[in-house]
Design a binder for this molecule. Structure first.
Ligand code: NDP
Length: 453
């Protein structure tokens, strides 16, 4: 059977056996297609049925989460943990709290996480979890009761050498705190079972900043490779959460000017540059809408999502040199990339997971727009989580500078590995292909070593 037919066969059986999981198919297809040159060169992956095995999670756990709202009423959500692959280390991946969460979304995120974690060079396996719980508009008490109930069930399946969850959309320091407190109460163990913890109780300096900082370090490496730099660049950034905020901060530190940010309700364009202090106040402290930013900065423009043509994203119609999608999946489509291209954008560096649609990715590859895939460029978060686990295991605390310097080194290694692998397979500069092949190869070879498991 030709390699292409092998990939088609696995895609077909995945769709048949897991109906309705659109985002999961999208993530699997992107990886499998870009593996074709490797599969061609190395029949051992086909001979060992690696593709058939790697698209099926080790296990997926679904559970009911009941919690009491402020009115005394019982509310119900669905909790998920998909433990995808622990061949090279304990399961690791975030917990997403968002009303859009379903099994297909958690599976796409868990699948991506396998290769991302492998690329970091650290010993961590891939997993993801979360719930369709919506933290927006909930009181602290409601958030706490939800998190405690969620952990009541999740605690049965995790542990410092088994599975170590972390934050993601909707899960920040507050939620990790409530979940950790509950885990400790249930097990009587103070252990590094979650990352993203508070600094007083086992957290790591620079973990909050890590994904955003790491994303900018990745872009810096890519630009340097082609004799360019971040200095003087105008950047469009989407999102205004953890990843976007620290991407914006690091862009300034490296000489670029971020001029946009967004949330699910609208976007801000501020030609003078996004004011970081205002953004942190609105999003990290007040948990409010970006509309407040326009009130604080009258020279900025706020556009509600409803004012923009269906399916396109206002952020990407902004003139910029470099783009950092840092909100959510499929937020940058073909129309958006054409707008970016027309306006002279030379690099799309993904901070979010799978933010670009498949046709947007094809357009970037065809038109030689530099493209950093999220599984490589946003891996700084999980890498620093692993550094948090190392500090917990040794009962140590490293300085901010120490963690940041390790993060920089890891991002450089991920870039170099992805770039060199693209070259090895005759597609120099196709970092998506390089990242997929390099991430896959380490896990697949280890699966072969470990036999029929
Ligand atoms: P946050 O919850 O901190 O922020 C998410 C941001 O994206 C918010 O501005 C939110 O707006 C916006 N957003 C979320 N969903 C949508 C949507 N459906 N449409 C439009 N905007 C949306 O999450 P993070 O910053 O942590 O995560 C952002 C992305 O980065 C995700 O793809 C995540 O998986 C990925 N990532 C995160 C890592 C981390 O360490 N945190 C690590 C690696 C990847 P609003 O506030 O209005 O909801």
């Amino acid at each position: 059977m030709s390699v292409h037919k092998y990939v088609e066969k696995v895609m077909k059986s995945t769709i048949q056996s897991t109906p309705g999981q659109t985002e999961f198919y999208q993530a699997v297809e992107e990886v499998l297609i870009s593996l074709e040159p490797l599969l061609q060169a190395e029949p051992k992956y086909d001979n060992n049925n690696i593709l058939e095995r790697i698209v099926i999670p080790d296990r997926q756990i679904l559970f009911r989460v009941c919690w009491i709202d402020d009115a005394g009423k019982i509310q119900t959500n669905i909790g998920y943990r998909v433990q995808f692959n622990n061949t090279i280390g304990p399961y690791k991946g975030g917990l997403r709290l968002h009303p859009s969460v379903n099994l297909g979304i958690i599976k796409f995120l868990g699948f991506e996480q396998i290769f991302k974690n492998s690329l970091t060079g650290l010993n961590i396996g891939g997993a993801k979890g979360g719930s369709n719980f919506d933290p927006k508009g909930k009181s602290d008490g409601e958030i706490m009761r939800f998190c405690q109930s969620f952990m009541l069930e999740l605690s049965k399946y995790i542990g410092e050498t088994i599975d170590v969850p972390a934050g993601d959309i909707g899960t920040g320091g507050r939620e990790i705190g409530y979940m950790y407190g509950q885990y400790k109460r249930l097990t009587n163990r103070f252990e590094g079972v979650l990352t993203g913890k508070g600094l007083n109780w086992g957290g790591s300096l620079a973990r909050t900043e890590a994904t955003g900082f790491g994303s900018v370090y990745f872009a810096d490496n890519f630009l340097k490779k082609v004799g360019n730099s971040l200095e003087g660049k105008i950047a469009a950034v989407s999102g205004s959460g953890n990843v976007a905020i620290y991407t914006i901060q690091k862009l300034y530190e490296m000489g670029a000017t971020p001029v946009t940010c967004s949330d699910s309700r609208g976007f801000i364009y501020h030609k003078a540059g996004i004011d970081l202090n205002s953004l942190k106040l609105i999003k990290e402290i007040n948990r409010a809408s970006l509309e407040d930013y326009a009130k604080m900065h009258t020279d900025s423009v706020y556009v509600p999502v409803s004012k923009y043509p269906e399916g396109t994203n206002a952020v990407w119609a902004t003139p910029c040199d470099i783009a950092f999608p840092s909100a959510t999946q499929n937020e940058l489509n073909l129309e958006d990339i054409k707008n970016l291209h027309k306006n002279g954008c030379i690099l799309v560096n993904e901070g979010a997971n799978m933010p670009s649609t498949p046709d947007a990715i094809d357009y970037m590859i065809e038109n030689k727009i530099m493209y950093s895939p999220g599984k490589a460029s946003n891996a700084g978060g999980v890498a620093t989580s692993q550094l948090e686990m190392e500090q917990n295991a040794s009962m140590g605390n490293w300085s901010f500078a120490e963690v940041d310097s390790k993060l920089r080194g890891i991002m450089k290694n991920i870039f170099d590995l992805s770039y060199e692998t693209s070259k090895e397979f005759g597609n120099e500069g196709n970092v998506m292909m390089g990242a997929n092949i390099a991430g896959f190869r380490k896990v697949a070879d280890s699966m072969i070593d470990q036999g029929a498991v």
